[in-house]
Structures are given as C-alpha cells and as structure tokens.
Write a protein that binds this ligand. Structure first.
Ligand code: FAD
Length: 296
C-alpha cells in the first residue's frame, strides 16, 4: 500500500517553482514515479505532497539546441530518448544506454530527469552523459543555472538540485567526428536490473589511428557515477597498445571505489571494472577500424 499523499499538478514551470517555494520540505517532485513510488511502497518514504511534473509541456521533448547539441526535456520518457531519430543520429551511445534501462514498460514511464534526479550511483543515463560532457539546466523561482554533469552528482541520493529547483533540460553534445563510443553494463539479468558495474567509453582517433581524446565513465563503483580521468590520460596520445591498455586498466581499477553490498562484493566490482573497461576500449577500437574500412 502507498502512504497517503496530496497530488498537485501545475500547468507550467512558473507555477511549479512557486509551489515548491511555498511548500518547502513538504514537496517531492514526481515525474514517472518509478523511483518515487518504489521508495514510498518499499522504503518508508512518506512525502506530504507530490508535485507532478508530467503536466508541464515545457519540460518535454527532444530537439536541436545549436552548437552541435541536443536538448532533452527532463520529463521526456526514456523510451522516447531511446527511439529518437535525432539522439540516434548525433549521440547513438545515449540511445543505446537508455535502451538498457529496466524494461520497455519502465522506459515508457521513467524519465531522463528522474534517472538523474534520483542521484543513484548506478543510474545508467548518467554514465553515458558523462562521456558526452552533458550539462543540466536547473530552474527555480530565483532563475536558471546550468551545471556540468560531472558536478551534478554529489553523493548517493544527493545531487546539485537545491530545494526549490527543478531539472528543466539536459543538453548533450553530439559525438565528435572520428569518435567511437560504447556503453557496457553488467548485472545478473539482461533486463529489469540495475548495474553491478557500468562503463562508458568514447575514443576519438587521429588519422593514423592513435587515440587523440578519451572519455571513460564508471557507474555503481563509487558514491556517484564518475569520470575515470587517469584512465583517460593513459589511453590518450597514440596507438592503444597492449601495454598502454594494461596501464589504463590498472588505473581504472584504482579510480573505482566500490563497496560490498547485497548485490556484489567490492572485490568483484573492481574485477568487473577491468573486464568492462577492457571490453569497451576494444569494442570502440574495433568499431572505429570497421568505420575506416567502410569509408575506403
Ligand atoms: C523494475 C525497475 C527496473 C529499473 N531498472 C533500471 C536500470 O536498469 N537502470 C537505471 O538507471 N534505473 C533503473 N530503474 C530506476 C528508474 O526507473 C529510473 O531511475 C527512472 O529513470 C526514474 O525516472 P522517473 O521519471 O520514474 O523518476 P521519479 O521516480 O518520478 O523521480 C525520481 C527522483 O528524481 C526526482 N525528479 C524527477 N524529475 C525531476 C526533475 N525534473 N527535477 C528535479 N528532480 C526530479 C524525484 O523527486 C525523485 O527524487 C529501474 C526501476 C524499476 C522500478
């Protein structure tokens, strides 16, 4: 049974931010409810008032945002992100990643803003957004601000969203030319399961096949989703030889700070970081090689 709550359905963003200002701590934002209702049903979470964001048009939809960026409204559901032609064209790794969340039913209900707003270290979209240098736009009655995705996550269940703020849109950069990006996730089941470890890698290659730029992000192995910057530095600067890869994998293992919990031990998670980073890098290199062969 769900505990009792009041539901308010603002018609626009101004009304919603005014309601948040009035209600203060009593209010909890509601998008698809796949996390909120689970917490209310199973974790003793008892918000007095749920502020439904799904009624606000300006929070929905996907479109070009100029400067090779795509804008995704916070209440756009995950299935829309997964199937969007624009997202598939300019940042296919995001569509692919989001397509691995839960099930089609969960993705039809859950939103991108909810996946980020929940502040889970295992949020799948976060890992892909980290390698795409995404930004989130937050709005309150005091105004609007933009936060780089890397500064957005603060701790488990904690984000940069302050009381009174609503996540309005996510801005995602198009994949750069000559870049290959991969998302891999390991969980005990192929679907309906949060990651035990997730990894996203984007590698940009120079004309001789050397790695010019690297982005590596890890999920579920630290208090927040993280960029593995030392791993990135070791992958950059030339051909990814076996020796270079081995050093990068050691760094990835060191950058992860996993805990043991009911789903996996810290040791197993560390092992999986190495396995998944290795697979993701190899897949990115192979994909780039195949693309080069096709263009010859
Ligand atoms: C069966 C099942 C399987 C799942 N599998 C996965 C999985 O594989 N990978 C994964 O990453 N997640 C998974 N999830 C978690 C969940 O579905 C996602 O996190 C989803 O994207 C949450 O979106 P929502 O719209 O339902 O969020 P809600 O439950 O509505 O909200 C989640 C949190 O975000 C806040 N919030 C929502 N929108 C905003 C906004 N615009 N501004 C500020 N705060 C906001 C809410 O107040 C709340 O704290 C699963 C959940 C279920 C039930």
């Amino acid at each position: 049974m769900l505990p009792e709550f009041e539901l308010v359905q603002p018609e626009n963003l101004n009304e919603a931010t005014d309601i948040l200002l009035d209600l203060g701590e009593k209010a909890c934002l509601l998008a698809g409810g796949t996390d909120v209702f689970t917490a209310m049903r199973e974790k003793g979470f008892e918000p007095e008032v749920l502020v439904d964001l799904k009624t606000i048009k300006e929070l929905r939809g996907i479109g070009p945002a100029g400067d090779h960026r795509v804008s995704i409204g916070a209440t756009t559901n995950l299935r829309e992100v997964e199937t969007s032609n624009l997202v598939r064209e300019v940042c296919p790794v995001l569509a692919e990643t989001v397509g691995k969340i839960g099930s089609i039913q969960v993705r039809n209900r859950g939103t991108i803003g909810g996946n980020l707003g929940n502040g889970s270290p295992a949020a799948d979209s976060a890992v892909a957004l980290l390698i795409l240098d995404a930004e989130v736009e937050l709005e309150s009655s005091a105004g609007r601000r933009t936060v780089p995705i890397e500064s957005f996550f603060i701790g488990p269940g904690e984000t940069a969203i302050k009381r009174g703020e609503i996540l309005r849109r996510v801005f995602v950069n198009a994949i750069k030319p000559a870049t290959s990006a991969v998302f891999l996730k390991y969980g005990p089941r192929q679907a309906m399961d949060c990651a035990i470890v997730s990894v996203a890698v984007a590698l940009t290659f120079d004309p001789s096949g050397g790695c010019q730029r690297a982005r590596v992000a890890l999920g579920a192995v630290a208090p927040t989703p993280i960029r593995a910057r030392q791993t990135e530095a070791l992958l950059m600067g030339g051909e990814i030889t076996q020796e270079r890869l081995e050093k990068a994998l050691e760094a990835a293992r060191a950058e992860a700070r996993p805990i043991s919990d009911i789903r996996a031990s810290a040791g197993y998670r560390s092992h999986l970081v190495e396995v998944l980073v290795k697979r993701a890098v190899k897949k990115a290199v192979d994909q780039h090689g195949a693309a080069m062969n096709r263009s010859r």
